[in-house]
Design a protein around this ligand. Structure first.
Ligand code: ATP
Ligand code: MG
Length: 378
Protein backbone atom coordinates (compact mmCIF):
# COMPACT_ATOMS: atom_id res chain seq x y z
CA UNK A 1 0.00 0.00 0.00
CA UNK A 2 1.46 3.37 -0.94
CA UNK A 3 1.74 5.85 1.95
CA UNK A 4 -1.03 8.47 2.05
CA UNK A 5 -0.57 12.15 1.23
CA UNK A 6 0.22 14.53 4.11
CA UNK A 7 -2.68 15.20 6.45
CA UNK A 8 -2.23 18.93 6.51
CA UNK A 9 -2.14 18.96 2.69
CA UNK A 10 1.07 20.97 2.60
CA UNK A 11 3.57 20.08 -0.13
CA UNK A 12 6.88 21.88 -0.23
CA UNK A 13 8.61 22.51 -3.54
CA UNK A 14 12.12 22.11 -2.08
CA UNK A 15 11.21 18.73 -0.59
CA UNK A 16 9.75 17.78 -3.95
CA UNK A 17 12.85 18.94 -5.83
CA UNK A 18 15.11 16.86 -3.61
CA UNK A 19 12.84 13.87 -4.20
CA UNK A 20 12.88 14.30 -7.98
CA UNK A 21 16.60 14.96 -8.10
CA UNK A 22 17.26 11.69 -6.32
CA UNK A 23 14.80 9.71 -8.40
CA UNK A 24 16.58 10.84 -11.56
CA UNK A 25 20.10 10.21 -10.22
CA UNK A 26 22.29 8.02 -12.43
CA UNK A 27 24.10 5.14 -10.79
CA UNK A 28 27.42 6.95 -11.31
CA UNK A 29 26.22 10.03 -9.43
CA UNK A 30 24.70 7.79 -6.79
CA UNK A 31 28.04 6.08 -6.25
CA UNK A 32 29.74 9.42 -5.67
CA UNK A 33 27.33 10.56 -2.94
CA UNK A 34 28.03 9.71 0.68
CA UNK A 35 24.40 9.15 1.64
CA UNK A 36 21.23 8.92 -0.41
CA UNK A 37 17.73 8.12 0.84
CA UNK A 38 15.15 7.51 -1.84
CA UNK A 39 11.54 7.52 -0.66
CA UNK A 40 12.43 5.75 2.59
CA UNK A 41 9.28 4.68 4.46
CA UNK A 42 8.72 2.81 7.72
CA UNK A 43 5.59 1.12 8.96
CA UNK A 44 5.49 -0.29 12.51
CA UNK A 45 2.58 -2.64 11.94
CA UNK A 46 -0.11 -0.30 10.62
CA UNK A 47 1.53 2.80 12.01
CA UNK A 48 3.36 4.95 9.49
CA UNK A 49 6.41 6.29 11.33
CA UNK A 50 8.48 7.59 8.37
CA UNK A 51 6.79 8.66 5.16
CA UNK A 52 8.78 8.75 1.89
CA UNK A 53 11.85 10.59 2.99
CA UNK A 54 14.28 11.51 0.22
CA UNK A 55 17.61 13.06 1.02
CA UNK A 56 21.12 13.34 -0.33
CA UNK A 57 23.95 14.31 2.00
CA UNK A 58 27.29 15.23 0.50
CA UNK A 59 30.82 15.56 1.77
CA UNK A 60 31.46 18.51 4.10
CA UNK A 61 27.81 18.60 4.96
CA UNK A 62 26.10 18.47 8.33
CA UNK A 63 22.44 17.79 7.83
CA UNK A 64 20.04 18.58 10.66
CA UNK A 65 16.89 16.59 11.31
CA UNK A 66 14.45 18.62 13.37
CA UNK A 67 11.10 17.51 14.64
CA UNK A 68 8.97 17.23 17.76
CA UNK A 69 9.00 14.08 19.88
CA UNK A 70 7.71 11.17 17.85
CA UNK A 71 8.23 12.83 14.46
CA UNK A 72 10.28 9.86 13.22
CA UNK A 73 13.89 11.05 13.53
CA UNK A 74 15.29 8.10 15.47
CA UNK A 75 13.36 5.69 13.26
CA UNK A 76 15.04 7.27 10.22
CA UNK A 77 18.43 6.79 11.88
CA UNK A 78 17.66 3.20 12.74
CA UNK A 79 16.89 2.47 9.10
CA UNK A 80 20.07 4.19 7.96
CA UNK A 81 22.16 2.07 10.31
CA UNK A 82 20.41 -1.17 9.44
CA UNK A 83 18.86 -1.53 12.93
CA UNK A 84 15.37 -1.42 11.44
CA UNK A 85 14.24 -2.71 8.07
CA UNK A 86 13.16 -0.18 5.48
CA UNK A 87 9.53 -0.95 4.61
CA UNK A 88 9.56 0.88 1.26
CA UNK A 89 12.17 2.82 -0.65
CA UNK A 90 15.93 2.46 -0.86
CA UNK A 91 19.03 3.93 0.71
CA UNK A 92 22.67 4.03 -0.35
CA UNK A 93 26.03 4.79 1.19
CA UNK A 94 28.53 5.68 -1.56
CA UNK A 95 26.33 3.82 -4.01
CA UNK A 96 26.17 0.66 -1.88
CA UNK A 97 22.64 -0.46 -1.17
CA UNK A 98 21.57 -0.69 2.45
CA UNK A 99 19.52 -3.73 1.55
CA UNK A 100 22.17 -5.95 0.04
CA UNK A 101 25.56 -4.56 1.03
CA UNK A 102 25.13 -3.83 4.71
CA UNK A 103 28.30 -5.72 5.65
CA UNK A 104 30.51 -3.33 3.71
CA UNK A 105 28.47 -0.34 4.75
CA UNK A 106 29.21 -0.87 8.45
CA UNK A 107 32.78 0.29 7.85
CA UNK A 108 31.55 3.54 6.42
CA UNK A 109 29.08 4.62 9.07
CA UNK A 110 29.34 5.72 12.69
CA UNK A 111 26.34 6.03 14.99
CA UNK A 112 25.73 7.78 18.27
CA UNK A 113 22.31 6.46 19.31
CA UNK A 114 19.82 8.61 21.22
CA UNK A 115 20.07 6.35 24.26
CA UNK A 116 23.64 5.47 25.17
CA UNK A 117 24.33 1.82 24.44
CA UNK A 118 27.34 1.33 26.70
CA UNK A 119 28.47 -1.70 28.65
CA UNK A 120 28.24 -0.70 32.31
CA UNK A 121 31.23 -2.60 33.68
CA UNK A 122 33.74 -1.56 31.07
CA UNK A 123 35.75 1.59 31.52
CA UNK A 124 35.71 4.32 28.91
CA UNK A 125 39.16 3.24 27.78
CA UNK A 126 38.13 -0.41 27.41
CA UNK A 127 34.99 0.59 25.51
CA UNK A 128 36.95 2.70 23.04
CA UNK A 129 39.54 -0.08 22.72
CA UNK A 130 36.91 -2.60 21.71
CA UNK A 131 35.36 -0.26 19.16
CA UNK A 132 38.81 0.46 17.70
CA UNK A 133 39.37 -3.26 17.25
CA UNK A 134 35.90 -3.71 15.73
CA UNK A 135 36.57 -0.90 13.31
CA UNK A 136 39.92 -2.29 12.22
CA UNK A 137 42.18 0.35 13.73
CA UNK A 138 45.80 -0.94 13.85
CA UNK A 139 46.73 -2.01 17.37
CA UNK A 140 49.81 0.15 17.46
CA UNK A 141 47.69 3.27 16.98
CA UNK A 142 44.87 2.47 19.37
CA UNK A 143 46.27 3.90 22.61
CA UNK A 144 47.10 7.18 20.95
CA UNK A 145 43.65 7.41 19.37
CA UNK A 146 41.92 6.75 22.69
CA UNK A 147 43.88 9.55 24.37
CA UNK A 148 43.14 11.94 21.51
CA UNK A 149 39.43 11.18 21.50
CA UNK A 150 39.08 11.55 25.25
CA UNK A 151 40.89 14.86 25.09
CA UNK A 152 38.94 16.22 22.12
CA UNK A 153 35.58 15.28 23.56
CA UNK A 154 36.51 16.24 27.10
CA UNK A 155 36.28 13.10 29.24
CA UNK A 156 39.97 12.33 29.77
CA UNK A 157 39.58 12.44 33.56
CA UNK A 158 37.03 9.65 33.43
CA UNK A 159 38.78 7.34 30.95
CA UNK A 160 39.57 4.66 33.51
CA UNK A 161 36.26 4.67 35.36
CA UNK A 162 33.52 2.17 34.55
CA UNK A 163 30.94 3.75 32.26
CA UNK A 164 28.14 3.10 34.75
CA UNK A 165 29.66 5.81 36.94
CA UNK A 166 29.61 8.36 34.09
CA UNK A 167 27.22 11.30 34.28
CA UNK A 168 24.63 11.69 31.51
CA UNK A 169 26.67 14.31 29.68
CA UNK A 170 29.88 12.28 29.87
CA UNK A 171 28.09 9.23 28.50
CA UNK A 172 27.02 11.35 25.51
CA UNK A 173 30.65 12.41 24.98
CA UNK A 174 31.82 8.80 25.01
CA UNK A 175 29.01 7.69 22.68
CA UNK A 176 29.87 10.46 20.22
CA UNK A 177 33.56 9.56 20.37
CA UNK A 178 32.65 5.96 19.52
CA UNK A 179 30.73 7.17 16.45
CA UNK A 180 33.81 8.77 14.91
CA UNK A 181 36.27 5.89 15.48
CA UNK A 182 37.75 4.56 12.26
CA UNK A 183 36.94 7.78 10.40
CA UNK A 184 33.67 6.67 8.76
CA UNK A 185 32.35 8.76 5.84
CA UNK A 186 28.87 9.09 7.29
CA UNK A 187 28.21 9.84 10.95
CA UNK A 188 24.78 9.80 12.57
CA UNK A 189 24.42 11.74 15.80
CA UNK A 190 21.05 11.36 17.52
CA UNK A 191 20.75 14.22 20.02
CA UNK A 192 24.47 14.14 20.89
CA UNK A 193 24.45 17.11 23.26
CA UNK A 194 21.42 16.26 25.39
CA UNK A 195 22.43 16.68 29.02
CA UNK A 196 25.75 18.36 28.29
CA UNK A 197 26.80 21.53 30.09
CA UNK A 198 27.27 24.65 27.92
CA UNK A 199 31.06 24.37 27.79
CA UNK A 200 30.96 20.69 26.84
CA UNK A 201 28.40 21.52 24.19
CA UNK A 202 30.68 24.13 22.65
CA UNK A 203 33.55 21.64 22.68
CA UNK A 204 31.42 19.05 20.91
CA UNK A 205 30.29 21.64 18.38
CA UNK A 206 33.92 22.40 17.57
CA UNK A 207 34.60 18.72 17.05
CA UNK A 208 31.54 18.29 14.83
CA UNK A 209 32.63 21.28 12.71
CA UNK A 210 36.14 19.88 12.37
CA UNK A 211 34.85 16.47 11.35
CA UNK A 212 32.37 18.02 8.91
CA UNK A 213 35.06 20.17 7.30
CA UNK A 214 37.41 17.20 6.93
CA UNK A 215 35.06 15.89 4.23
CA UNK A 216 32.63 13.73 6.20
CA UNK A 217 28.86 13.72 6.06
CA UNK A 218 27.07 14.18 9.35
CA UNK A 219 23.39 13.74 10.06
CA UNK A 220 22.37 15.27 13.36
CA UNK A 221 19.19 15.55 15.36
CA UNK A 222 18.73 18.08 18.08
CA UNK A 223 16.01 19.92 19.91
CA UNK A 224 18.22 22.97 20.15
CA UNK A 225 17.66 25.47 17.35
CA UNK A 226 20.85 27.20 18.39
CA UNK A 227 22.79 24.00 17.83
CA UNK A 228 21.26 23.46 14.41
CA UNK A 229 22.07 27.00 13.39
CA UNK A 230 25.64 26.58 14.60
CA UNK A 231 26.36 23.26 12.92
CA UNK A 232 24.02 22.45 10.06
CA UNK A 233 24.69 23.36 6.46
CA UNK A 234 21.14 22.25 5.65
CA UNK A 235 18.25 21.00 7.68
CA UNK A 236 14.77 19.57 7.39
CA UNK A 237 11.78 19.82 9.70
CA UNK A 238 10.02 16.49 10.10
CA UNK A 239 6.34 16.22 11.02
CA UNK A 240 4.41 12.93 11.16
CA UNK A 241 7.34 11.16 9.51
CA UNK A 242 7.54 13.54 6.55
CA UNK A 243 9.90 16.32 5.59
CA UNK A 244 7.94 19.57 5.59
CA UNK A 245 10.78 21.78 4.41
CA UNK A 246 14.46 21.48 3.56
CA UNK A 247 17.30 23.92 3.07
CA UNK A 248 19.83 26.12 4.83
CA UNK A 249 18.61 28.07 7.88
CA UNK A 250 18.80 31.30 5.91
CA UNK A 251 16.76 29.79 3.09
CA UNK A 252 14.08 28.59 5.50
CA UNK A 253 13.98 31.96 7.20
CA UNK A 254 13.62 33.76 3.90
CA UNK A 255 10.95 31.37 2.76
CA UNK A 256 8.83 30.95 5.87
CA UNK A 257 9.51 34.05 7.87
CA UNK A 258 6.31 36.01 7.90
CA UNK A 259 7.52 39.21 9.40
CA UNK A 260 10.02 41.23 11.34
CA UNK A 261 10.54 41.79 15.01
CA UNK A 262 11.12 45.36 16.14
CA UNK A 263 12.37 45.77 19.69
CA UNK A 264 12.51 49.21 21.25
CA UNK A 265 13.98 50.10 24.61
CA UNK A 266 12.85 53.39 26.07
CA UNK A 267 15.52 55.32 27.93
CA UNK A 268 15.12 55.55 31.70
CA UNK A 269 14.27 58.97 32.97
CA UNK A 270 17.27 61.21 33.67
CA UNK A 271 18.43 62.09 37.17
CA UNK A 272 16.15 65.07 37.86
CA UNK A 273 13.12 62.85 37.38
CA UNK A 274 14.31 60.15 39.73
CA UNK A 275 12.56 60.17 43.05
CA UNK A 276 14.72 60.51 46.16
CA UNK A 277 14.75 57.55 48.50
CA UNK A 278 12.41 59.35 50.83
CA UNK A 279 9.77 60.23 48.28
CA UNK A 280 9.75 56.69 46.88
CA UNK A 281 9.00 55.45 50.36
CA UNK A 282 6.13 57.86 50.69
CA UNK A 283 3.82 55.26 49.24
CA UNK A 284 3.23 57.17 46.02
CA UNK A 285 5.64 54.86 44.15
CA UNK A 286 3.41 54.45 41.12
CA UNK A 287 3.14 58.16 40.56
CA UNK A 288 6.84 58.95 40.89
CA UNK A 289 8.11 61.41 38.26
CA UNK A 290 10.34 58.70 36.70
CA UNK A 291 7.40 56.48 36.24
CA UNK A 292 5.24 59.19 34.76
CA UNK A 293 7.99 60.30 32.36
CA UNK A 294 8.63 56.74 31.24
CA UNK A 295 4.94 56.06 30.72
CA UNK A 296 4.69 59.17 28.57
CA UNK A 297 7.68 58.05 26.51
CA UNK A 298 6.21 54.60 26.06
CA UNK A 299 2.95 56.05 24.85
CA UNK A 300 4.78 58.29 22.36
CA UNK A 301 6.73 55.29 21.03
CA UNK A 302 3.55 53.25 20.65
CA UNK A 303 1.83 56.09 18.80
CA UNK A 304 4.86 56.50 16.58
CA UNK A 305 4.97 52.81 15.65
CA UNK A 306 1.21 52.76 15.06
CA UNK A 307 1.50 55.72 12.71
CA UNK A 308 4.55 54.51 10.80
CA UNK A 309 3.77 50.79 10.63
CA UNK A 310 0.00 50.45 10.82
CA UNK A 311 0.16 46.63 10.63
CA UNK A 312 2.51 46.31 13.58
CA UNK A 313 1.30 44.29 16.55
CA UNK A 314 2.56 44.91 20.06
CA UNK A 315 3.65 41.50 21.31
CA UNK A 316 5.23 42.27 24.62
CA UNK A 317 5.81 45.19 26.93
CA UNK A 318 8.18 44.75 29.82
CA UNK A 319 10.31 47.19 31.83
CA UNK A 320 10.30 49.80 29.12
CA UNK A 321 11.11 47.30 26.37
CA UNK A 322 8.50 47.06 23.64
CA UNK A 323 8.45 44.18 21.17
CA UNK A 324 6.46 44.69 17.98
CA UNK A 325 5.76 42.14 15.30
CA UNK A 326 5.53 43.66 11.83
CA UNK A 327 3.89 41.30 9.31
CA UNK A 328 5.78 41.05 6.06
CA UNK A 329 4.70 43.78 3.71
CA UNK A 330 6.32 46.18 1.36
CA UNK A 331 8.28 47.86 4.16
CA UNK A 332 12.01 47.66 3.55
CA UNK A 333 14.50 47.05 6.35
CA UNK A 334 16.37 50.14 5.30
CA UNK A 335 13.31 52.37 5.62
CA UNK A 336 12.61 51.02 9.12
CA UNK A 337 16.19 51.79 10.13
CA UNK A 338 15.89 55.21 8.54
CA UNK A 339 12.72 56.06 10.44
CA UNK A 340 14.09 54.79 13.71
CA UNK A 341 17.37 56.66 13.41
CA UNK A 342 15.59 59.88 12.55
CA UNK A 343 13.28 59.69 15.55
CA UNK A 344 15.29 57.92 18.22
CA UNK A 345 16.43 61.02 20.13
CA UNK A 346 13.11 62.74 19.84
CA UNK A 347 11.36 59.59 21.16
CA UNK A 348 13.93 59.09 23.90
CA UNK A 349 14.84 55.61 22.62
CA UNK A 350 17.92 54.10 24.23
CA UNK A 351 18.23 51.11 21.92
CA UNK A 352 16.36 49.26 19.23
CA UNK A 353 16.80 46.23 17.03
CA UNK A 354 15.15 44.80 13.95
CA UNK A 355 15.38 41.08 13.35
CA UNK A 356 13.95 38.24 11.35
CA UNK A 357 11.63 35.62 12.74
CA UNK A 358 13.70 32.91 14.36
CA UNK A 359 14.13 29.30 13.31
CA UNK A 360 12.22 28.37 16.44
CA UNK A 361 9.12 30.23 15.27
CA UNK A 362 9.23 28.42 11.93
CA UNK A 363 9.68 25.12 13.76
CA UNK A 364 6.70 25.78 16.03
CA UNK A 365 4.55 26.69 13.06
CA UNK A 366 5.17 23.25 11.50
CA UNK A 367 5.19 21.35 14.77
CA UNK A 368 1.58 22.09 15.56
CA UNK A 369 0.55 19.58 12.88
CA UNK A 370 2.24 16.68 14.65
CA UNK A 371 -0.38 14.16 15.76
CA UNK A 372 -0.43 12.33 19.10
CA UNK A 373 1.90 9.40 19.50
CA UNK A 374 -0.24 6.25 19.09
CA UNK A 375 1.79 4.45 21.76
CA UNK A 376 1.00 7.05 24.41
CA UNK A 377 -2.67 7.10 23.42
CA UNK A 378 -3.07 3.42 24.31
N1 ATP B 1 9.56 -0.21 17.80
C1 ATP B 1 8.47 0.54 17.60
N2 ATP B 1 7.25 0.00 17.47
C2 ATP B 1 6.16 0.76 17.24
N3 ATP B 1 6.19 2.11 17.14
C3 ATP B 1 7.37 2.71 17.27
C4 ATP B 1 8.58 1.97 17.51
N4 ATP B 1 9.60 2.84 17.60
C5 ATP B 1 9.07 4.06 17.43
N5 ATP B 1 7.74 4.00 17.23
C6 ATP B 1 6.82 5.11 16.98
O1 ATP B 1 7.26 5.79 15.81
C7 ATP B 1 7.12 7.19 15.97
C8 ATP B 1 8.45 7.86 15.73
O2 ATP B 1 9.34 7.57 16.81
P1 ATP B 1 10.84 8.07 16.84
O3 ATP B 1 11.51 7.46 18.01
O4 ATP B 1 11.45 7.84 15.50
O5 ATP B 1 10.63 9.63 17.08
P2 ATP B 1 11.72 10.77 17.29
O6 ATP B 1 11.45 11.80 16.24
O7 ATP B 1 13.08 10.21 17.38
O8 ATP B 1 11.28 11.39 18.70
P3 ATP B 1 12.18 11.99 19.92
O9 ATP B 1 12.39 13.44 19.58
O10 ATP B 1 11.29 11.85 21.10
O11 ATP B 1 13.42 11.20 20.02
C9 ATP B 1 6.55 7.41 17.36
O12 ATP B 1 5.15 7.58 17.23
C10 ATP B 1 6.88 6.13 18.09
O13 ATP B 1 5.91 5.85 19.08
MG1 MG C 1 14.52 10.20 18.79
Amino acid sequence: KPPPPPEDGYFDDDVDNEKNRIQKMSSDTLASQNLVLNGVTKYYGNFLAVNQVSLCVQENECFGLLGVNGAGKTTTFKMMTGDERITYGSAYIKGMSLESEMNQIYQDIGYCPQFDALLDDLTGRETLYIFCLLRGVRRARINRIIEDLAKSFGFKKHLDKPTMTYSGGNKRKLSTAIAVIGSPSVIYLDEPTTGMDPAARRQLWNMVCRIRDSGKSIVLTSHSMEECEALCTRLAIMVNGEFKCIGSTQHLKNKFSKGLILKIKVRRAPEQFRPSLRSSRSGRGDLSPTHVKMQQDIISVKEFVERMFPQAILQEEYQGILTFYIPLSSIKWSSIFGLMEKNRDFLNIEDYSISQTTLEEIFLEFAKYQREDPRTLK
